[in-house]
Design a protein around this ligand. Structure first.
Ligand code: NAD
Length: 268
């Protein structure tokens, strides 16, 4: 099997990365950065997000696994002390795969039909750098509300425990093919009105965000990467056809992961 390892590059992650590579090569696995079947991230959730975006062009052929070298991560859920066990599991058998939904994002410019296309593992968040963000929200092609406030966040089920959770969104089990829209400090008074509650949309219900004022800078963050845009006509969000594949070598159910991440982790 072909594998590669992405490291956060701090000293602890580097040591663990070189140990893992050595062990896996001792088991006759082949290190291949171009076409890995298994991508191991060593660091934190940020490193895992980086690994996902590095290999998002080959999601069908690649499975991911995360080792954390700081605090327990949501994606980076193996501890360094478990590495020997993990290596033996990787080496000895074809692994089980668990698939989680992703978010498909298209950013359409005002003056062209050529859009930019992205996938997010956690979310896309939209903010303004020049005062209040003002956007029309359309659902399934129909105007739903005019939003004014700090911003909007559209998240995946596995991203629902990240930024979405801090915004008061619900935690969604990743077996649900859905996306969630949450508000950041919306203005609600006699002039402006939004729903105020997080919205959960099923697959095929497209959510579009349309900036009301052109010419203003809009900050769009997809997972950990932020870009400033001007003159965009709409941001189209839907549940992606693609899924991320996690290599599973032990049972670590989603709700146990939520419990250990946010309530208490008996292992640390
Ligand atoms: P970072 O290093 O500041 O990480 C933010 C935290 O989010 C870390 O503790 C990480 O473990 C955690 N995290 C990431 N994905 C998670 C998930 N799916 N479930 C639970 N926790 C998760 O920033 P980064 O490494 O660049 O990560 C980017 C992510 O940070 C974004 O995708 C966004 O979800 C999150 N974020 C959160 C807030 C907030 O909670 N207020 C604000 C901005 C961004």
């Amino acid at each position: 099997m072909r594998f590669c390892i992405l490291s956060r590059e701090d000293s602890k992650s580097k040591v663990i990365t070189s140990r893992m590579r050595q062990y896996l090569e001792d088991f006759a696995l082949v290190y291949d950065k171009e076409e890995p079947e298994l991508v191991i991230s060593v660091g934190g959730d940020g490193t895992f997000l980086e690994a996902f975006h590095t290999y998002r062009h080959r999601l069908k052929d690649t499975a991911f696994i995360g080792v954390h070298t700081g605090h327990l991560g949501f994606y980076a859920d193996w501890v360094p002390e478990e590495i020997e066990k993990l290596i033996i599991e990787i080496a000895k058998k074809p692994f089980e795969v668990v698939e989680y939904p992703l978010l498909d994002i298209k950013i359409h410019p005002v003056d062209s039909n050529e859009y930019q296309h992205f996938l997010a593992l956690n979310e896309v968040s939209v903010k303004s750098t020049e005062g209040t963000l003002a956007m029309d929200v359309h659902i399934k092609g129909v105007h739903f509300e005019r939003f004014r406030g700090d911003g909007l966040c559209v998240s995946t089920p596995s991203g629902s425990t990240a930024y979405n959770k801090a915004l008061g969104g619900a935690i969604l089990h990743p077996s649900l093919n859905a996306l969630q829209v949450t508000e950041m400090a919306s203005i609600n008074n006699r002039v402006y009105r939004t729903i105020g509650s997080p919205l959960i949309l099923p697959k095929h219900h497209v959510c579009e965000l349309l900036p009301i004022y052109q010419g203003r800078n809009i900050l769009i963050t997809i997972d950990h990467q932020t870009e400033v845009y001007k003159n965009i006509s709409r941001i189209e969000c839907r549940v992606a056809n693609e899924k991320i594949r996690f290599a599973r070598f032990r049972a670590f159910p989603f709700w146990k992961r939520v419990h250990d991440s946010f309530i208490s982790d008996e292992r640390s």
